[in-house]
Write a protein that binds this ligand. Structure first.
Ligand SMILES: *Cc1c(COP(=O)(O)O)cnc(C)c1O
Length: 382
């Protein structure tokens, strides 16, 4: 196997899911009326879209299900096909909208799509009828995200349409939060109360709304009033907080370790230029190690002369420009670093950089960093 790989620490994934489950269960117990039944945790729909945020959808889905996750969340029909072909039987929510030429497959794969508009609903019903199936759908209400979803005042009418459609079943009502990663967000609280109102209206019309759900990781961490029947965490399951603004109350562990090995070492005199553009010049006699990973593997070129890597428990600077397939590290004069040494580009080890550190250096978020290892990087589950 190539030395450059993404090691997926499934124990950390289990730890994170269990931590979130315990967090929600504890909060529900705390808020249960005295002497009344403590409601257990909400259902969990773990987001495994985008190849489980780059970690590998099938092993992540299996592991999530093994610790009690009830639902999986995906963005595209092809992601659902992969999970079903792998033998995964759990209910799968399709978060994204798609074009009608994929409706047949949605029905065939038993995906539960988000719906938000009458024409889409009618066409899904027609395709489900043609297949002789009944398809569960979740009505998405836009309470402030501005992405997909019907207006709150349209929800009842659409719920009626779904209830009346012979081959659809209303399995849920849901929404999504754009600013739940900011503490004390009245906007998020208002969204949750808008969803509550919509659900009440639908119930009053004699329609069963199914599962009510809204919370992404940020809301799972901070807004118990937004948990409803089910939560949909993604990033926290992979060991990262949604943003730097949140208090780090839960001990999440990064799941992905992007790593490689030292494949070449050389001594260079002071003033030696390194890599394209010779943008780095050694300020002293030193040792340069070459690592066979680059932007072709999803290691961001903006880390050129910026980032650090972990070798033998110590951080060393990336020097010169990151190339497509390789980059260089100044490992200094003490000759501690040897050919073949493991190199961590980012990962769970607190001594080295994690995906959030990489994100801060490259002007993005941990979400994008963990999604970035490309197809040529083997994923190796531990
Ligand atoms: C991606 C996604 C989530 C998970 O979001 P995180 O911020 O990663 O927790 C939840 N719901 C929907 C609709 C999503 O698209």
């Amino acid at each position: 196997m190539r030395p450059t790989k993404a090691v997926i620490h499934l124990e950390n994934l289990k730890h994170n899911i269990r931590t979130l489950m315990q967090h929600t269960a504890a909060e529900r117990r705390r808020n249960a009326p005295r002497g009344g039944d403590a409601r257990s945790r909400p259902l969990f729909c773990v987001a495994v879209k985008a190849d489980a945020y780059g970690h590998g959808a099938c092993p992540v889905a299996e592991t999530a299900l093994s610790v009690g996750t009830e639902y999986l969340g995906i963005a595209t029909v092809s992601e659902g096909r992969r999970l079903r072909e792998h033998g995964i039987q759990a209910p799968i929510l399709l978060f994204g909208l798609t074009s009608p030429d994929e409706f047949h497959e949605i029905v065939h794969l038993r995906l539960a799509p988000f719906v938000a508009e009458a024409g889409y609903i009618a066409e899904l019903n027609r395709v489900a009828a043609g297949a002789g199936r009944k398809l569960g759908v979740h009505l998405k209400v836009d309470t402030g995200m501005g992405r997909i979803g019907c207006r709150p005042d349209e929800a009842l009418e659409l719920a009626r349409g779904i209830a009346a459609a012979g081959n659809l079943h209303l399995n849920g009502i849901c929404t999504h939060f754009p600013v739940a990663d900011t503490p004390n967000s009245t906007f998020t609280r208002k969204q949750a109360s808008t969803l509550t109102d919509v659900v009440a209206e639908i119930k009053a019309a004699g329609i069963d709304p199914g599962l009510v759900h809204a919370a992404n990781s940020a809301a799972v961490l901070e807004y118990p009033e937004a948990w409803f029947d089910m939560v949909r965490p993604g990033i926290a399951v992979y060991g990262y907080y949604p943003s730097g603004d949140q208090e780090r109350l839960l001990p999440l562990k990064p799941v992905m370790e992007f790593c490689s090995t030292v494949v070449f070492i050389k001594r260079v005199p002071k003033g030696t230029g390194i890599s394209y553009g010779l943008s780095y010049r050694s300020s002293r006699d030193t040792t340069i190690a070459t690592v066979p990973a680059g932007y072709g593997d999803g290691f961001n070129r903006l880390l050129s002369n910026q980032g650090e890597v972990l070798i033998r428990g110590k951080r060393y600077p990336i020097v010169g420009r990151i190339c497509m397939d390789q980059f260089m590290v100044d490992v200094g004069t003490d000759a501690e670093v040897q050919l073949g040494d493991p190199v961590t580009l980012f990962g769970p080890d607190r001594a080295g950089p994690n995906a959030e550190d990489v994100a801060n250096l490259t002007g993005t978020i941990a979400y994008e960093v963990i999604c970035s290892p490309t197809g040529r990087v083997p994923r190796l589950c531990r």
